[in-house]
Write a protein that binds this ligand. Structure first.
Ligand code: SF4
Length: 325
């Protein structure tokens, strides 16, 4: 089965309907044993130091892996994707462009999805069959999410891991489903974890490898992982176009804000951590979230993959202590 890489969440149903293996390059990068080496390798090839660490990691994993092609989301994700794709093309990698319409226009999205289906030579019936199958798995993700904020049985890290992996189902939806089902069964037998500060984590997934453990060691727990939850497509619809229109991440800060506000209220959150990546254009959007979210707010910046640095740890500690007080 050929592997199809992608740079952010795409209609994965199409890749699976074409009997290809989906590979989210972000997950591949951050779960590699030595992610910093991948960043260094990209710099050695000429990637500028002042480019986001994720882009450099994505470049290196795509070059190392024997991928049949990479689906590049050239609108609705990252301002660096075009240059990333060009450098991958230079390495002889086959690139398939995909664009989410900024104005969330259904017709434009339909055109993009049909174009991707044409490329993989799959029909809408096959795609909808896969969607129905994946939706059963996604229902488990939603259950895990409600066990996090409603039942207090699942940690922020466990929530992050399963939801962030739902972009490609760890390249094996059947195994992912089995693992998640087992995990949920075990977690149901736990006692609820009470008395901790309840945090929301908004923004792209962290490049820090131990952020959730650090927060938990301070008596705080993430009960809302914003973008990760979006990867699990938490919308009950049989319509694939509607599904990818409801998905907020590609449609800008205000589309995301609406979902964030709703979830903050529902999940009884004490404070919000907005994670931003060094050299990412999304850092500018911090000012929108700061102004609109009326809860204690901490902006956190991460640069290189690895453990939380001493300065960030101190800032987190001060924030959590302030919330406890
Ligand atoms: S963190 Fe920002 S700059 Fe880096 S890959 Fe993501 S969107 Fe692009």
């Amino acid at each position: 089965m050929g592997e199809i890489g992608f740079t952010t969440t795409i209609p994965v149903e199409i890749v699976i309907a074409a009997k290809k293996k989906p590979v989210d390059l972000n997950n591949l990068f951050i779960s590699s044993p030595r992610p910093q080496e991948l960043v260094d390798a990209a710099e050695q090839e000429g990637y500028p130091r002042n480019t986001c660490g994720w882009i450099k990691g994505l470049y290196s994993v795509a070059v190392k892996r024997s991928l049949e092609a990479v689906i590049a989301v050239i609108q609705g994700d990252c301002s660096n994707t075009q240059a990333l794709m060009e450098t991958l093309q230079l390495k002889g990698i086959n690139i398939i462009p995909f664009a989410y319409p900024f104005d969330r226009d259904r017709k434009t999205l339909e055109t993009q999805i049909f174009k991707l289906m044409d490329f993989f030579q799959v029909g809408i019936d096959d795609v909808l069959r896969v969607k129905a199958r994946l939706d059963n798995i996604r229902r488990l993700c939603w259950e895990l999410d409600s066990m996090t904020w409603q039942d207090d049985l699942v940690s922020g890290l466990e929530n992050h891991y399963y939801l962030v992996s739902s972009s490609d189902f760890n390249s094996d939806p059947f195994k992912y489903e089995k693992d998640l089902r087992n995990f949920i069964d075990k977690a149901k037998r736990r006692s609820p974890c009470k008395g901790q500060v309840r945090l929301a984590y908004i923004g792209v997934p962290p490049i820090f490898t131990d952020l959730y453990e650090v927060l938990e060691s301070m008596g705080a727990r993430v009960v809302f992982n914003e973008v990760q939850r979006q990867f699990s497509m938490p919308f009950k619809t049989g319509d694939i176009f509607e599904q990818y229109l409801n998905y907020t991440y590609p449609y800008g800060a205000f589309a995301r804000l609406e979902d964030i506000q709703e979830q903050l209220e529902q999940r009884m959150v004490d404070g919000v951590i907005h994670y931003t990546q060094t050299f990412c254009y999304r850092q500018i959007e911090d000012l929108i979230y700061r102004e609109k979210i009326k809860l204690p707010f901490l902006t956190l910046e991460g640069d290189k993959p690895g453990k939380v640095d001493a300065r960030t740890r101190m800032r987190l500690e001060a924030f959590v202590n302030m919330l406890k007080a």
